[in-house]
Design a protein around this ligand. Structure first.
Ligand code: XMP
Length: 509
């Protein structure tokens, strides 16, 4: 296991991903962690991440420097290396020449970190500070044109530092460098698999929950389905899931999910149809945030009323993922009290005095999918695209009525069918339609029409933090538009959204 100390770099999740790709488990920890706490985790290595600060400035983040006395190999990246140098008696200063972007690295082949990388290699740099003098025991193992000390090593103590970012794709041999650190320096084994993760997590859930009962809000998305499977395998019938149909789902989705979840998961599930309640409360509301608040509030009420029927429940399970956990930490101060809640039940644990179980809190989305597969989850559920809690209510722009929801459902059904038939469903992070609150003139047969416009949105993304519009083939877009206008009454124009996030968001509201 590897501990990654988070000094606030925008790339720290990438470091974690790279380590896990090598089948080595890792955890990102805030700099407030103590050397004793790290020792108790018994890591095989420590990686110090980059960060936006300058080590010589007051208040810059530091981790307990006794980590250098634990006898554990350390790799410092960018700011992480500068922290190591500063702590061990070297000198870091503002660089004469800052370096951003690609830089050719000249390596010295005798460093284990550069095993298999002889001579020159392209790296990616982003720094305004440089090392002027290395601490005692260190040697310089690589340089670039602008940076004489671009990599350092104290091979005896197994301390390594690199000024560039091996975790980003632009560093051509970045993966090799991380592999060298993990396998050749730390002696890590390739032992972290979804099977082992599942086994350990199920055991941990058993230990935590004992013979108490757990409630879970099941949405049919991959996160909550995998959470359900894990907990069910740990405690069986002591888990009860609640599925709330809010009337804002896709066409036939509630019925299909009901069938699938029931037949496939063999778990206690209570289905609650609260569609009428949601639609009534949304009547006359156009403001997106008000829509969200109303939907969140009713969801809470419905969920709570159902949850109260389950006697002696002590725990609420949630499918919170790792990016949410990391995002909700302040950059330098460690975890904040509130962790972003996925399923609109954020306030519930406190209100109902429930403790939280979040078995996916160390996983990324694609790892959850792998875990789902390992646990035997139905392929369809494994690959479902994310769907927002407020559902189609934030895709009917402006006022939400049953009639407008139905138009959007028909449009969306055609879109989904074509996206799947074209082989794009799994390649896209999300694909959906948006019903706009304006009308346009059209001509059908011999007559003039004045009808709705829909926008198609299809994006690629890894984690929804950033996204790019999908370059779908014109032929496919043409077919989608054609079918929608022909098959869905009330729509006479289709447009394609070509905005990326940022500056746009994925959803329109
Ligand atoms: P945005 O629109 O902010 O969306 O780029 C990022 C991701 O979050 C989903 N989303 C939501 N999910 N409740 C949710 O549970 C919400 O209110 C909500 N708003 C957006 C969105 O579908 C995308 O995957």
């Amino acid at each position: 296991m590897i501990v990654i100390i988070d000094f606030g770099s925008q790339f720290n999740q990438l470091i974690a991903r790279r380590v896990r790709e090598c089948r080595v488990y890792c955890q990102i920890e805030p700099p407030t962690i103590t050397a004793e706490e790290i020792r108790s985790l018994a890591p095989e290595g420590i990686i110090l991440s980059g960060g936006p600060s300058s080590i010589y400035e007051k208040g810059s983040p530091r981790v307990d420097d006794r980590i250098f006395t634990l006898g554990i190999p350390v790799l410092g990246i960018c700011y992480g290396m500068q922290f190591m140098v500063d702590s061990l008696g070297g000198d870091v200063r503002k660089a004469d020449k800052r370096e951003y972007g690609f830089a050719t690295l000249f390596t010295k082949s005798n460093s284990v970190l550069f095993n298999g990388i002889e001579g020159e290699t392209v790296t990616w740099m982003s720094h305004g500070d440089s090392i002027q003098a290395v601490p005692q025991g260190f040697e310089v193992t690589a340089s670039t044109e602008n940076t004489t000390i671009a990599a350092i090593a104290d091979a005896q103590k197994q301390f390594y530092g690199v000024q560039f970012h091996p975790e980003v794709e632009h560093t051509v041999k970045g993966r090799q460098i991380i592999r060298n650190f993990l396998y050749d320096i730390c002696g890590c084994k390739r032992s972290w698999t979804m099977k082992s993760f599942a086994r350990e997590t199920i055991e941990q859930i058993r230990e935590k929950v004992g013979d108490k009962k757990v409630i879970l809000g099941l949405s049919g998305g991959v996160d909550s389905s995998v959470t359900a499977l894990l907990i069910h395998q740990a405690i069986g019938k002591h888990l009860t899931c609640i599925f709330v149909d809010n009337g804002l789902l896709r066409k036939d989705e509630a019925a299909q999910l009901k069938l699938k979840l029931k037949s496939h998961l063999n778990i206690n599930i209570r289905f609650v149809n609260a569609a009428a309640q949601f639609i009534k409360a949304l009547s006359g509301v156009s403001d997106p945030e008000r829509k969200r608040k109303i939907i969140g509030k009713i969801f809470m009420d419905v969920f709570e009323a159902e949850a109260k029927k389950i006697k002696d429940a002590d725990f609420l399970a949630q499918g919170t993922l790792y990016p949410d956990v990391i995002e909700s930490r302040s950059a330098f101060g460690g975890p904040t009290a509130v962790i972003k809640s996925h399923h609109n039940v954020g306030g519930l644990p406190k209100k109902m005095k429930l403790k939280l179980v979040e078995p996916l809190q160390y996983l990324f989305k694609d790892e959850v999918r792998k875990l789902g597969k390992t646990l035997g989850l139905d392929e369809d559920l494994v690959w479902r695209q994310p769907f927002p809690g407020p559902g189609l209510a934030i895709r009917v722009i402006g006022e939400v009525t049953k009639k407008r929801l139905d138009v959007l459902r028909e449009v969306d059904a055609v879109l989904q069918e074509e996206i799947r038939a074209g082989g794009y469903y799994r390649k896209l992070w999300q694909s959906f339609a948006v019903l706009l609150p304006i009308k346009s003139v059209g001509i059908m047969g011999d007559g003039r029409t004045y009808e709705n416009i829909v926008a198609i949105r299809a994006v690629t993304s890894k984690d929804a933090m950033t996204a790019d519009w999908a370059r779908l083939p014109h032929k496919l877009l043409g077919k989608i538009s054609n079918r929608i206008i022909n098959e869905v009454r009330g729509v006479n124009r289709v447009v394609y959204d070509i905005s990326s996030k940022p500056p746009s968001t994925i959803e329109w509201e």
